[in-house]
Ligand binder design. Sequence first.
Ligand SMILES: [Cu+2]
Length: 148
Amino acid sequence: MKKCLIFVLFALFTQAVVAEIQVTDVWVKESIPGTNTSALFATLYNTTRKPTELIKVMVEGVDKAELHTHNEQDGMMQMRRVAAIDIGARATVTLAPGGFHVMLFQLKTPLKAGAEVAVEFRFSNGEHVAAVAKVVNPHQTGDHQHHH
Ligand SMILES: [Cu+2]
């Protein structure tokens, strides 16, 4: 009887841990002094056979977060708000500078490189995925990084 209960608890636990949507590489741009906006990026992988959509992102210390995309209009790159970001079956969608991003408005405190903020991604299939975003200065990372 006891063994059986332990098995049930284990099954419940594993079910809660295995996310259908995997969220990785979550990062936020360091905010520019004098502004209270920033942008958040991530890689989203839909492990299921059903398409889903990213519909909302909640970020610690941020009052307003909108899903945005970039598109070219008359030779100019412009940002546009979207209601949702489609993620096909077994597909990966990358939110990256120049493409999809989560625009953050009304930051309560400036975002400093090296800090971490709690984030929750909400999908149209009802799944909520918690993640931790690293605050990054995009000019201090990547191939151009200098080691002092
Ligand atoms: Cu934007």
